[in-house]
Ligand binder design. Structure first.
Ligand code: NAD
Length: 498
C-alpha cells in the first residue's frame, strides 16, 4: 500500500512511529494509501530544520523572496490538472471545484508576490530635534499551520504563502484525510527556489498538534478546523506563549427578502448549499425566507432545482457534487438528518440511502431539504457539514436579522434583496464576520481578510491580507537621535514632546 511520508528539509522523511492514518478514495470507499502520523520527536526534528533554514531566509531580500512566490504560482498553474486530480481523489470534491480550491490559494500567493511593497515600514522625519522615528515588521521565526480536510489547497496557501513571504519558516500539519496535495505544494515551493527547510510538512493527529502547541521554538500557530478543537488550540497555544489564530466551524444563513430576485437567489443557494457536498465553512446550510409568500415560492423553486442535481464521482465532469470525505462523516450527516426528523422539522427531501451504480460503497449523500426548522432545534444550532439545507421561516426583517446574529456561529451570512437600504442596514447590524449582499459565498478576495466571529474564530487576527501580514510579523520601532552641538544635560524625567 502507498505510504504518504513527511516532507522535511527538502525531501521525504519516513515516519518512525508505526502509527498510520487511512486515506480513502471517497468514490469507492477503499483505502488508497496510509499516511504516517508523527511523534513529538519527529515534529521536533522538523522544527530544528526549520529554525536553521529561517535565519538565511529572513536575511534574503524581500524581492528575492517574492520571486520564489512568482515562480511557485507559475509552477502550480502549469500543473493545475494533475494537482486537482490528486485533491479530488482524496477529498471527493469534483475536479472543477478542486481547481477552484487551488486557485483561491494561488490568489493569496499573488498577494504575497507584492510583499516588498507591503513590508515597507513607517517613517517620521523630525519627530523631535534631530530625532527620526521609524518602524519595521520582522518575521517571527518558525510558524506552524494546522489545516482541515475541506480545503487542502487553499488553506495551507493562506498560511504558508504569507508566513514564508515575510521571512518565516513553516511547519504545515495538514489534515490526515487528504495529505498528498500539501506535500506536492511543498515540493513545488522548493522547485521554485525556496531553500530546503523553509516549508516542511509533518503529518499527524492530536499527537503532532500537541507537539506543535508545546514546542518552544514555534512562535505562532494558525489553525482552521472545527470549533471545539479551534478553542483547544487557541487556549493551549496561548498558554504556551504563542501567537494563535484559530478559525472554527460555521452555520451560515441566507436571508431572502420578499423583493429579492428569487430565481437568481435560488440558483445561488443551490450551489452554496450543495456544492462540495456542503463541506465548506462558507456553505449556506440555512435559508431564511421573510414572509409566508416568499417561503412558499422559495420551497417550490428549491424543489425544482434539487430535482436537477446530479451527484457523481469526483472525476465526472457533469456532476454537481461528489461523495463526502469519509464513511464516518457520512454516518454523522445521516444521524443529523434523523435527529431533524425526531426534533419535528419537516423532511421534504431525504438524501439518506443514496447509492451510485458501480460505486455502491462510495460515501455519497443525496441532497436533503428540511422545512419548518426552529431556532431551538439542535440540528439548527449545530454544524452538519453535509448536503443538507434547512428552511427557517421568519415573519419580519428584524426576526431574520436576529437569527444569524444570535446563532453561536458567526462566520458568514448573505442577504438577497433589491433594496439597497435594507441590505445596508442588514450588513451594518448583523453580528457575523463576513457578509454577502446578493453574493451567496462571501469569501473575501486575498487582499482583504478572511475571518468569522463568535464560535467561528478564536484570536483576533484574520487570515490573509494585511491582517495575515500582521499575524506573521512583529513590529520594531526605532527612535534615532543625531544631536548637534554641545553635550546636553542628563534627563531624569520621561522625555516628552513639547
Ligand atoms: P477538524 O477540527 O476535525 O480537524 C482540523 C485539524 O485539527 C486537522 O489537521 C486535524 O488533524 C486536527 N485535529 C483533529 N482532532 C484533533 C484533536 N483532538 N486535537 C488536536 N488536533 C486535532 O476539522 P475537519 O473535519 O478537518 O474540517 C472541517 C471543519 O473545519 C468544519 O467545522 C469547518 O467549518 C471548519 N472550517 C472552518 C474554516 C474557517 O475558516 N472558519 C474553513 C474551513 C473549514
Amino acid at each position: 500500500m502507498r505510504q504518504i511520508q513527511h516532507y522535511v528539509d527538502g525531501s521525504s522523511m519516513a515516519g518512525t512511529s508505526d502509527r498510520f492514518g487511512d486515506v480513502f478514495n471517497p468514490n469507492t470507499g477503499e483505502v488508497q494509501a496510509r499516511v504516517c502520523l508523527a511523534t513529538a520527536a519527529e515534529l521536533d526534528a522538523a522544527v530544528q530544520v526549520a529554525a536553521k533554514a529561517q535565519i538565511g531566509w529572513a536575511a534574503t531580500n524581500p524581492q528575492r523572496r517574492a520571486r520564489v512566490m512568482f515562480d511557485f504560482k507559475r509552477l502550480v498553474e502549469g500543473r493545475m490538472d494533475g494537482l486537482a486530480e490528486i485533491l479530488s481523489s482524496e477529498h471527493g470534491k469534483v475536479i472543477a471545484d478542486s481547481k477552484g480550491d487551488i486557485q483561491r490559494g494561488l490568489e493569496v500567493i499573488e498577494f504575497a508576490c507584492g510583499i516588498p511593497h507591503i513590508l515597507k515600514g513607517e517613517y517620521t522625519e523630525g519627530a523631535g530635534p534631530g530625532i527620526d522615528v521609524y518602524s519595521m515588521r520582522q518575521p517571527l521565526g518558525v510558524c506552524a499551520g494546522i489545516t482541515p480536510f475541506n480545503f487542502p489547497g487553499m488553506i495551507p496557501m493562506w498560511m504558508f504563502g504569507i508566513a514564508i513571504a515575510v521571512g518565516n519558516s513553516f511547519i504545515l500539519k495538514p489534515s490526515e484525510r487528504d495529505p498528498t496535495l500539501p506535500v506536492r505544494l511543498a515540493e513545488l515551493l522548493m522547485e521554485a527556489g525556496a531553500p530546503a527547510g523553509v516549508l516542511n510538512v509533518v503529518h499527524g493527529d492530536k499527537v503532532a498538534v500537541d507537539a506543535i502547541l508545546h514546542h518552544p521554538l514555534i512562535r505562532a500557530v494558525s489553525f482552521v478546523g472545527s470549533s471545539d478543537i479551534a478553542s483547544y488550540v487557541y487556549a493551549t497555544g496561548a498558554a504556551n506563549g504563542k501567537r494563535v489564530q484559530a478559525m472554527g466551524g460555521a452555520k451560515n444563513h441566507g436571508v431572502i427578502l420578499p423583493d429579492a430576485d428569487l430565481d437568481q437567489a435560488v440558483k445561488d443557494l443551490i450551489g452554496a448549499a450543495y456544492g462540495s457536498a456542503g463541506e465548506r465553512c462558507m456553505a449556506l446550510p440555512v435559508v431564511v425566507p421573510v414572509g409566508e409568500k416568499t417561503a412558499v415560492a422559495l420551497r417550490e423553486k428549491l424543489l425544482t432545482e434539487i430535482d436537477t442535481l446530479r451527484i457523481g464521482v469526483s472525476t465526472d465532469a457533469s456532476a454537481h457534487y461528489g461523495p463526502v470525505v469519509s464513511a464516518a462523516h457520512k454516518a454523522r450527516i445521516e444521524n443529523y438528518i434523523q435527529m431533524g426528523v425526531d426534533e419535528g422539522a419537516e423532511l421534504v427531501v431525504d438524501g439518506r440511502g443514496f447509492t451510485l451504480q458501480g460505486y455502491e460503497n462510495g460515501f455519497f449523500v443525496g441532497p436533503t431539504l428540511f422545512d419548518h426548522v426552529k431556532p431551538e432545534m439542535k440540528t439548527y444550532q449545530e454544524e452538519i457539514f453535509g448536503p443538507v439545507l434547512q428552511i427557517v421561516r421568519a415573519e419580519t426583517f428584524e426576526e431574520a436579522l436576529r437569527l444569524p446574529s444570535e446563532h453561536p456561529y458567526g462566520n458568514g451570512v448573505a442577504i438577497f434583496t433589491r433594496n439597497g437600504r435594507a441590505a445596508r442596514e442588514f450588513a451594518s447590524r448583523v453580528n457575523v464576520g463576513m457578509v454577502g449582499i446578493n453574493v451567496p459565498i462571501p469569501v473575501p478576495v486575498a487582499y482583504h481578510t478572511f475571518g468569522g466571529w463568535k464560535r467561528s474564530a478564536f484570536g483576533d487576527t484574520n487570515q490573509h491580507g494585511v491582517e495575515g501580514v500582521k499575524f506573521y510579523t512583529k513590529v520594531k520601532t526605532i527612535t534615532a537621535r543625531w544631536p548637534e552641538g554641545s553635550v546636553e544635560d542628563s534627563a531624569f524625567v520621561i522625555p516628552t514632546m513639547k
